[in-house]
Design a protein around this ligand. Structure first.
Ligand SMILES: NC(=O)c1ccc[n+]([C@@H]2O[C@H](COP(=O)([O-])OP(=O)(O)OC[C@H]3O[C@@H](n4cnc5c(N)ncnc54)[C@H](O)[C@@H]3O)[C@@H](O)[C@H]2O)c1
Length: 277
């Protein structure tokens, strides 16, 4: 294995990365992977700083720098202040990962305005505010990598998930628009759509055997949930030089959940192998 090849194409040495919602779950895993690849990491999260101590220590143990900013991404002026502070301290931001997000459920005909607004404010508008504040700096730098965390639910329609699906679908559209606007500034903007990954957010799946069996039965790849590291590694690739000619794309990370349209398994089991239409 040629280490120079790996470092040059997949490494993030000397890069400065801002990860929203990075204190746990997918954000923390992305931070771990980036730190291992050599990037300095800034975590921006609504949680108190002491809750992020353990991930910040892990990052620093890789020999890179880390910072924490307590911010609610749905507050535009707070996001702008934070980004100004980061630029003052680090002089640049190479990578932005818009990962902060929440979900809620409810029937579309009943969902309260406040619930709908909250999910859109954080997942969709928060992503825009961070892209705007960081994007202005990336345009000046003539370099940037933005990775937006959408969702399988942003592609599919799921009963009971109107706020989340609308927000994550909007993130996909935003990714495409920004990719076209900022491509000439050497900024790539891509999105990922995780399926079911084992984090606190999906405890309702892995914490309930019936739901777990139902969900994993529909996941072709190994019939299991994904791990945060399996997401972190793909995001690291999108942030690296290896992905320099990719922009405006959406990568599902879902073990094949999306490409399996239902479970019409009886074709496999049928005696008449010439069946079909
Ligand atoms: N886990 C999955 O299976 C899955 C699947 C698809 C998409 N996603 C998306 O991935 C992202 C991370 O999910 P996760 O599973 O790690 O969830 P999580 O709940 O474990 O982590 C979410 C993080 O966002 C932070 N956060 C919440 N509101 C915030 C705000 N207003 N401002 C700043 N930070 C805020 C939380 O403190 C937390 O650190 C989310 O955008 C989620 O929608 C997750």
């Amino acid at each position: 294995m040629n280490k120079n090849f790996l470092e040059e194409n997949f490494g993030l040495t000397n890069k400065v990365a801002l990860i929203t919602g990075g204190h746990r779950g997918l954000g923390a895993s992305i931070a771990r992977c980036f730190a291992e690849a050599g990037a300095d990491i800034i975590i921006a999260d609504i949680c108190p700083e002491d809750e992020a101590t353990s991930i910040l220590n892990e990052i620093e143990s890789q020999g890179v720098n880390s910072s924490f900013y307590n911010v609610d991404v749905s507050k535009k002026s707070r996001v702008e202040n934070m980004v100004n502070n980061i630029i003052e301290k680090y002089k640049k931001i190479d990578i932005l990962v818009n990962n902060a997000g929440i979900a809620n459920t409810g029937k579309a005909e009943d969902i309260p305005k406040e619930d709908f607004d909250k999910v859109l404010d954080i997942n969709l508008k928060g992503t825009l505010y961070c892209c705007q504040a960081v994007g202005r700096q990336m345009i000046k730098q003539n370099f940037g990598r933005i990775i937006n965390i959408s969702s399988y639910w942003g592609i599919t329609g799921n009963p009971g998930g109107v706020s989340y699906s609308v927000a994550k679908g909007g993130v996909i559209s935003m990714t495409k628009v920004l990719a076209t606007e900022w491509g000439p500034h050497n900024i790539t903007v891509n999105a990922i759509a995780p399926g079911y990954i084992k984090t606190d957010m999906t405890e309702w799946v892995w914490g309930n055997k019936d739901i777990y069996d139902y969900v994993t039965d529909r996941i072709p790849l190994k019939n299991r949930l994904g791990t945060p590291k399996e997401v972190g590694l793909v995001v690291t690739f999108l942030a690296s030089n290896a992905a320099s000619y990719l922009t405006g794309i959406l990568i599902p990370i879902d073990g094949g959940l999306l490409v399996q349209a239902g479970k019409l398994k009886w074709f496999l089991d049928a005696d008449d192998k010439e069946g079909g239409n």
